[in-house]
Design a protein. Structure first.
Length: 625
DNA sequence: CTAGGGTTAG
């Protein structure tokens, strides 16, 4: 292992220029903190101190239950003249960082004249733990400058900070440092590097590093599984899990949480069941984190019943568990239940956070609970002091928009004093589509396309609004614009989960072996729809299919539902599903009405990763029609 | 004495 010296740390020589980027902090400003007076039950007896001095590896700082005790030990150690022993000083330093007492830690740290690697590592780790990244980086820089040998323990800490701050640039540079001076304890550094790359969305780098690893342990596998999920490839994540087990690595609970998340993102019910069975077979106990992940998985895979059942089994539910369950009810179209759950949560003494309110507002907007949603919006600010961010505003715009109160949505946006993003304008544009508001749509689309000129979905949405109003010239214009700017709409596709198998269809697809039957079934549905008074709206078929095919597709083509759903669904081509028991994924507000007319079975509509359940005659969205 | 992987929204 190379030793860091001033010379080889010269930035121009060794590509360590990043060090000069790091802000320096004045560590000479040492604030002397008086030791707080010990209260009786935090008092540590002198005999215990003398025991500490006999056994240095007692990790006595870990045993301090509160900060006062650390101060107490510190005082006693000074009194006994042991503070000059570096092990004691480091140990107390660690004690301070465990209790986030950075002021005391820093004072002690600066007073240590002969710091060793442990002192540096503990101090840097202390800042990292307390999310004080500026001081963390600047202390790390000091460490490298000090000429002390870089310690195996410190790099993972600093790389982890890069992960948390999503600082890919610095992360890469630290990777260079690692390469230059050796990995030290390889598995630790490699794992955190893979994780850092994944969280910074550099999945290529993460995968390369992972593939090149000469050996992998459980943590390496776990971060890579999480990395795949994070970067939108949950299928790969589940494959990796299988590979990991083939290689004889047994998962623990943390690994399982990652697998559950992958399965949640995949949204395939039979995978969810396999994962759930495995967890039961392995007898992993249900703690809050695993339990909450399972609740989320089952809900996102369409089974709110299983989600609810597991939620009930979580002993110590926290805000996240409650928020997860509230959100689940929201996207299953059970707005009132989401509200009830919220009140139950308050009764249980759990303090809601900003995400809880996003889930609630979402639930209200998707169940047409306008009044309730607005109440939540003000309650959130007045009672809980949560400042609404753009996502809260987006929910409220959606709330107004779906209910046809476009004026109020516009006023809300105009009065906002925070930055507006594409999601916000998108919500308003969606409302324009539902209510056929062309003029407003044009204005909104302008803002939206300025923010995301390459997003085909926005063009399609606007085009559909024109089509609905019969403004064919404008429709053609948009088509032209898209061709001109080489913006392509990814064709919509449909998949269904039948008997644990997934069948995927795209528009006009005849490749499925059961095509005949599928077409027959769709024809049947089509007739029922018409009997129920549904008039197919061919306007929406414009963008992917030629005019001449339009009617044919809607009436005779087996893809009928798939196509209709596909085109009216979220423009980006969010997966749309129709399963045997008619689990449908698409824009619920456009389909719910006729879907629930066709069947008296339960209907689940999935809209941008959320599900909405409906039963005939109990359509919670009927306010919109 | 110090180091890597865990739950909600987006």
């Amino acid at each position: 292992m190379l030793k860091f010296t001033r010379q080889n740390l010269d930035p121009s020589n060794h590509g360590l220029r990043f060090l000069s980027r790091l802000q320096s902090t004045d560590h000479n400003q040492i604030l002397q903190q008086p030791f707080s007076s010990p209260d009786s039950d935090s008092h540590i007896k002198e005999t215990e101190i003398s025991q500490f001095s006999e056994t240095l590896d007692l990790k006595f700082s870990r045993k301090c239950k509160n900060l006062a005790q650390v101060h107490q030990v510190h005082a006693q150690v000074i009194v006994n003249g042991l503070i000059r022993d570096l092990s004691f000083a480091n140990n107390i330093l660690y004690g301070y960082t465990l209790h986030r007492a950075l002021q005391s830690a820093s004072t002690l740290f600066c007073g240590i004249s002969e710091k060793n690697a442990v002192s540096w590592s503990v101090m840097i780790g202390g800042y990292a733990k307390a999310d004080d990244y500026v001081n963390c980086y600047s202390t790390f820089r000091e460490y490298m400058r000090s000429g002390d040998r870089l310690d195996n323990y410190t790099l993972p800490v600093v790389i982890r900070v890069c992960r948390n701050t999503r600082d890919l640039q610095l992360g890469r540079l630290l990777h260079c440092v690692v390469h230059k001076f050796g990995f030290g304890s390889y598995l630790f550094v490699a794992a955190v590097l893979v994780d850092m790359y994944a969280k910074c969305k550099a999945i290529g780098d993460a995968a390369r590093l992972f593939d090149e690893m000469p050996k992998r342990d459980l943590v390496s596998w776990t971060v890579m599984i999480g990395a795949c999920t994070e970067c939108g490839n949950p299928e790969k994540a589940l494959d990796l899990f299988d590979r990991m087990r083939q290689e004889g690595v047994m998962p623990d609970k943390v690994a399982m949480v990652n697998v559950v998340n992958a399965s949640a993102k995949l949204g395939v019910m039979h995978k969810a069941k396999i994962v759930d069975n495995y967890i039961q077979k392995m007898r992993f106990s249900l703690d809050v984190v695993l339990g909450t992940a399972l609740v989320d998985m089952h809900a996102k895979c369409g089974s709110i019943e299983l989600a609810r059942e597991i939620f009930g089994r979580i002993r110590e539910k926290n805000v996240i568990s409650w928020s997860t369950m509230i959100a689940a009810h929201g996207y299953h179209g059970e707005g009132q239940k989401a509200l009830d759950l919220f009140h139950l949560m308050l009764k249980n003494g759990i303090l809601p956070n900003n995400i809880t309110f996003i889930s609630l507002l979402y639930a209200c907007s998707h169940s047409g609970l306008v009044e309730e949603g607005l109440n939540i919006f003000s309650l959130m600010q007045e009672e809980y002091g949560v400042r609404p961010d753009v996502k809260h505003f987006t929910c409220v715009v959606d709330l107004f928009g779906r209910a046809g109160k476009l004026d109020q949505a516009v006023t809300l946006i105009e009065d906002m004093d925070i930055e507006k993003d594409a999601g916000l304008w998108g919500a308003l544009l969606g409302a324009c589509r539902i209510h056929g508001h062309v003029e407003l749509a044009e204005k909104v689309a302008e803002s939206l396309l300025e923010l995301q000129p390459q997003n085909a979905g926005h063009y399609v949405l606007l085009s559909n609004i024109y089509a609905k109003a019969g403004r064919w010239k404008e429709v053609a214009k948009i088509r032209e614009l898209m061709t001109h700017q080489r913006i392509k709409k990814i064709p919509g596709w449909t998949w269904t989960e039948v008997d644990n198998k997934i069948h995927k269809f795209s528009v006009g697809d005849h490749t499925h072996p059961l095509s005949e039957e599928i077409y027959e079934e769709l024809k049947c549905l089509s007739e029922k729809l018409e009997l129920a008074g549904y008039v197919p709206d061919t306007n929406f078929v414009l963008h992917d299919i030629d005019e001449e095919l339009k009617l044919g597709l809607l009436h005779t083509h087996s893809e009928k539902l798939a196509i209709v759903f596909g085109l009216i669904s979220t423009p980006e081509g969010t997966p749309i599903r129709i399963t045997k028991n008619l689990r449908v994924c698409g824009d619920c507000h456009t389909f719910t009405k006729f879907v629930s007319l066709v069947t008296n079975r339960l209907v689940v509509v999935r809209d941008a990763n959320r599900f909405h359940h409906f039963k005939e005659g109990a359509c919670s969205c009927r306010d919109y029609w």
